[in-house]
Design a protein around this ligand. Sequence first.
Ligand SMILES: NC(=O)c1ccc[n+]([C@@H]2O[C@H](COP(=O)([O-])OP(=O)(O)OC[C@H]3O[C@@H](n4cnc5c(N)ncnc54)[C@H](OP(=O)(O)O)[C@@H]3O)[C@@H](O)[C@H]2O)c1
Length: 319
Amino acid sequence: MSSDDAVVGTAPAAAAGEFALGGELVIHRMGFGAMQLPGPGVWGPPKDRARAVGVVRRAVELGVNHIDTSDYYGPYVANEIIREALHPYDDDLILVTKVGALRTPEKAWPAALKPEQLRRAVYDNLRGLGRDHLDVVNLRIVEEGGGLGPEDSIAEPFGALAELREQGLIRHLGVSNVTAGQLAEARGIAPVVCVQNEYNVLRRRDEDIVRTCAEAGIAFMPFFPLGTFTLQHEKDVATDTKVPQQVPLEAQAIHAVARRRGATPYQVALAWLLQHSANICCIPGTSSADHLEENVAAAALRLTEVDVKELDALHGGAA
Ligand SMILES: NC(=O)c1ccc[n+]([C@@H]2O[C@H](COP(=O)([O-])OP(=O)(O)OC[C@H]3O[C@@H](n4cnc5c(N)ncnc54)[C@H](OP(=O)(O)O)[C@@H]3O)[C@@H](O)[C@H]2O)c1
């Protein structure tokens, strides 16, 4: 533990409150997503590695004790930057990683859901992060490249990770990009402590899953929480993969609430998530220290009932 222990309790990220993953790994509900740390397109090294390392260190200084990552960010780059920034890790730092895809030289993200591929990915994450076990591993369901669709069983890949958990390489399991049926199937195989699906103030297709998770004590960690990217778009024909498209989080109500609260629209989007359900934990991604400060400060932003009502009324991207 660092000498800043006394400060952590009052650190900005702590203002969002806590959630105990699996009833035991206590995280501040405002975390950090590492996907923006590598170079453009989540590929290769960042232009300024020292800056990326500084962003990760600053996140922890601000009280973030939960970082979401994956070995396929870069590939390898995000984990290497986290390790350079924070190893040896504080006891209270929770690293959540994910497996289920790989990167090709064309910068595509095909599925890698076969048991042997998952085993290799777990070992790659252990090596990349410099750990002897992983706190939480999410199984990311990927359709591209011969993967699994929403109607498919995830029993084989989730079962493979459950075996690695039994062997002590993984402490807890999560699932990502799943349907309600796939979540139920996974829970029948091994305990699930978190779900990571696309969700934000404008895109709430998974409202039922958020509720199911809340009832079961499972964390819901939305990806694209700022809505600046979306997977709802056409496929890249050349690589047969979905490439996230930049879609600004635009809605009059968000801007109106932001003006009233003296906050930014990004902070309003994060504060809405935190107030929407007590099991939602945020992992906004950024490569910028300024954006990081802004995002973490949203942990302390309290929306009024009127604000929430206006934001709740936004459905499916209606402005
Ligand atoms: N399981 C999955 O399939 C999956 C998929 C996608 C992501 N994830 C995880 O979820 C995390 C969050 O998703 P994400 O990073 O893709 O999307 P996001 O958090 O919704 O948005 C990130 C984008 O917003 C920009 N941004 C961040 N804070 C900002 C601010 N205060 N003002 C203006 N722009 C801001 C970032 O650019 P700058 O770098 O310039 O700030 C970046 O372009 C990822 O980091 C990753 O860990 C998981």
